[in-house]
Ligand binder design. Structure first.
Ligand SMILES: [Mn+2]
Length: 378
């Protein structure tokens, strides 16, 4: 067995308390790998919580057991908590008249959790390095995170990542231990190896892993797909992965508002560099006009590259005033990650992103000048 894999299995067996974190604006692979790992740890009778700077997106809610809870004032969401099973049991044991007790109990837990976080944060401010002890010796595992700043500000300042499990070509060494497999189509492929070594893949875990691989490969269309990817998928289907539910939730779950937004986005389509580059923009104004929410904007970045002859597809999305998220999708030989790295971002050869704090016009100009250089060089 691979040595890295072996050490991860050892850690999962030995430790009892885990925190799983993933990148902000989580995609299918981020959510799929975090929840697959969570359900695996649950089966191993471990304590585990998932934190992210954003809640589980609408399309992936079917993988989680309950709505994401915001930890008040921290800009952090708890997506799952194994310890809650006890709360359910506690709730069921109560007669209906005692409902209020349960609420008190719940809010007392919520506030004590908050206190822990505050203590934890303060300890970091004061420079204490025993920060992890305060969260009860949690082992922090990061999944699908290429760089620590992708955790989002609050989480980044709150935690040190002990183990990073990732497949990004641009992955940085921010964790104590990094398990990187650049040949894996998705972080979920690596999670598959881990869960499979335990022999504990059930239908739920299989569905999570399927979701991550399906979304990160563009439904098995991208060049990151390998024979191994399909072998894993075959195994997952045998273990009960519900591909129909995944497809329905991820692709056929659009709201009326989202479809309206789609129309506005297509109107913004523009071409550059002899039609080899296509760009769309998503602005707050479009959200307002369509009634769509920021959450509805994540599924459009594949559009520009679908056009014949386009080697670089750019999506510029307004996060807030004068702050834009840029997503790049490229065809070989254009390296999307190296372009985005120039703006402090990163990702894969054919799909990468960065954030630029400028006006929309300036953002377009800056990214186009780098794209132009890359197209001229090739
Ligand atoms: Mn991924």
């Amino acid at each position: 067995m691979d040595k890295q894999l072996e050490s991860i299995l050892c850690v999962l067996k030995e430790k009892d308390n885990f925190v799983v974190v993933t990148h902000s604006n989580p995609d299918g692979d981020a959510i799929g790998s975090a929840f697959a790992l969570f359900y695996l740890l649950k089966k191993l009778k471990k304590r585990c919580r998932i934190f992210c700077s954003d809640p589980v997106p609408e399309n992936f809610k079917f993988l989680s057991e309950r709505p994401s809870k915001e930890i008040a004032g921290e800009g952090i969401f708890e997506l799952a908590n194994t310890h809650e099973k006890n709360l359910d049991a506690f709730k069921n044991s109560l007669v209906s008249g005692a409902e209020k007790n349960f609420d008190d109990f719940k809010s007392s837990l919520a506030s004590s959790a908050k206190k822990n976080l505050d203590a934890f944060k303060n300890s970091l401010v004061s420079g204490a390095q025993k920060s992890l002890d305060i969260l009860e010796n949690n082992l922090v595992i990061g999944v699908d995170i290429a760089d620590k700043n992708l955790l989002g500000e609050s989480l980044e300042s709150l935690l040190n990542v002990d183990i990073s499990i990732d497949h990004h070509h641009s992955s940085k060494n921010f964790a104590t231990f990094t398990f990187l497999d650049e040949l894996a189509s998705a972080t979920c492929e690596i999670i598959y190896e881990i869960a499979n070594s335990f022999g504990l893949i059930d239908a739920k875990i299989a569905t999570c892993i399927y979701t991550g691989i399906m979304t990160d490969t563009g439904s098995f269309r991208y060049s990151n797909v390998t024979p191994k990817t399909h072998r894993i998928i075959a195994e997952l289907l045998e273990k009960g992965a519900n591909n129909k539910i995944v497809n329905k939730n991820v692709f056929e779950n659009k709201s009326k508002e989202q479809m309206k937004l789609h129309g506005f986005i297509l109107e913004s389509l523009d071409f550059f560099c002899d039609q080899r580059c296509a760009m769309i923009s998503i602005t707050s104004r479009m959200l307002l006009k369509s009634g769509a929410s920021a959450e509805d904007t994540h599924c459009f970045s594949h559009i520009p590259r679908q056009i014949k002859g386009v080697l670089v597809g750019i999506t510029v999305r307004e996060e807030k005033e004068n702050l834009y998220k840029v997503s790049l999708r490229t065809e070989d030989p254009i390296d999307a990650a190296s372009i985005c790295e120039k703006f402090g971002g990163g990702g894969h050869v054919n799909a990468a992103g960065c954030v630029i704090a400028q006006t929309l016009e300036k953002v377009k100009e800056m990214i186009l000048s780098e794209v132009r250089k890359a197209l001229d060089d090739n």
